[in-house]
Design a protein around this ligand. Structure first.
Ligand SMILES: [Zn+2]
Length: 427
């Protein structure tokens, strides 16, 4: 590949491998950049490539690798980011949604802190192995998880959302805006471009050589792949991908989940209210948890294609009838009991309901009509969470070794990103 001679021709000491959560990583000496383009269904790449808006991605596809990987169910942000940074499924790392109900505490709990993660991320180990690690995310909600254990070792972790408020003690860097520019608004495409721009600046300045850049899906929630605003956004991403490759980095791209329109022909949200329907059909006491729920509801009104149903306390005998009822509802694709869902979706049973429900490509599951503020969705509803957002892009700037090329034809997972980057590319 052009632009990497500086690294290709250098003889380096044998590199320090490191092992985390049962997987060993042997990164190449050159900068390693893993990117999670939040909400990037492959259709976004196709639309931009078809129109010549992503020439650098096109080069990566030709000279490196472009395929698909299976993400983690439910196809939500925290679940998949947690998997990508740990290299293991939620059954191991513990985060099966943005949100879960804790029966012991009788509380609904947000899982956006490092304390919910049951295993370490790969980043402290990479830093200990001699890499300079930088982790940049758009929404501050993920920063704590990504930075866990990394900052005391000298790594960097911050969000574009709070780029104006970084400190050396908390984020490992005292000043971001002087390096990257003014912090952007969180509800913008710029919030994501800023993440990649920060990565470019860190590599340019030699401040980091092992990076994870995780964007936000505001643009994908608002815009279909062929919308001019989406095309401009992906062209902006492409320019920064080109700069990373030109700097000699080996770049790997995946996503946490895809994105689909979830509305009726008239543009209204195609939602059914599962908690209301269950309470009406079987009596009160059902609790439906929508693990897409987060503080940033402007994106999606807390409506996604996945739900956890808790039966009324003390009525386990309802299980079979409830599952039969849910399976017969129009728009439902799956209703699985807890043990089956935990096995098939590799989820942590202690943070699940009694029944897991998924809905179709253009259908979302609500709780009750009062629970959701549909007024925030004035521009239509695009969302995720189900099977139709499970497959995501898997792209590398360098060719894959034969063994990994074969693996990529099987069932690669988005949380194999750093395995492929470190062990699988001919970088
Ligand atoms: Zn996401």
């Amino acid at each position: 590949m052009a632009g990497c001679s500086e690294f290709e021709n250098t003889t380096m000491n044998p590199l320090h491998a490191f092992t985390v959560n049962g997987r060993t990583y042997q990164p190449p000496q050159r900068p390693v950049v893993g990117i999670c383009l939040d909400g990037s269904a492959d259709e976004y790449f196709d639309a931009a490539l078809d129109r010549g808006r992503m020439p650098h991605l096109q080069k990566m596809a030709v000279h490196g690798f472009r395929g698909l990987a299976r993400g983690q169910m439910p196809s939500f942000t925290n679940v998949n980011n947690a998997s990508i940074v740990t290299g293991v499924p939620p059954a191991v790392h513990g985060i099966g949604g943005n949100y879960f109900y804790d029966p012991a505490l009788d509380r609904e709990v947000m899982t956006n802190g490092a304390s919910f993660l049951r295993v370490p991320t790969i980043f402290p180990a990479a830093q200990r192995a001699g890499r300079r690690v930088a982790v940049v995310t758009a929404k501050d909600k993920l920063r704590d998880m990504f930075g866990s254990g990394l900052i005391p070792l000298g790594g960097i972790a911050f969000s574009s959302e709070k780029a104006a408020q970084v400190s050396r003690s908390v984020h490992g860097i005292g000043q971001v805006e002087a390096l990257v520019g003014p912090a952007p608004a969180i509800y913008s495409g710029e919030a994501s471009l800023y993440v990649l721009r920060a990565g470019v600046r860190f590599v340019e300045e030699g401040m980091a050589d092992f990076l994870y850049l995780s964007t936000t899906d505001y643009m994908q929630h608002k815009h279909a792949p062929e919308d001019p605003a989406a095309l401009d956004f992906y062209a902006g991403i492409d320019e920064l991908l080109g700069r990373l490759v030109a700097l000699g980095a080996v770049v790997g791209i995946t996503a946490d989940h895809g994105m689909n329109a979830k509305q009726r022909a008239d543009g209204s949200p195609n939602v059914f209210y599962l908690e209301s329907q269950l309470n009406e059909q079987f009596g009160p006491g059902f609790r439906v948890i929508l693990p897409i729920t987060d503080p940033y509801v402007v994106h999606h009104g807390a409506l996604g294609s996945f739900a956890q149903v808790h039966l009324p306390p003390g009525q386990p005998e309802l299980l079979t009838a409830v599952m039969d009822y849910i399976r017969a509802l129009p728009g439902v694709t799956e209703a699985l009991d807890q043990a089956t869902a935990a096995r098939l979706m590799e989820l942590p049973p202690d943070r699940m309901g009694d029944v897991v429900v998924c809905s179709g490509r253009n259908v979302v599951i609500g709780r009750t009509p009062e629970y959701h503020d549909l007024k925030v969705l004035h521009e239509g509803l695009r969302s995720h969470g189900g099977r139709y957002e499970e497959m995501v892009p898997f792209v590398f700037s360098a060719p894959l070794k034969a063994e990994y090329a074969a693996q990529a034809q099987g069932d690669p997972r988005n949380f194999d990103l750093f395995d492929f980057l470190c062990n699988g590319t001919r970088a």
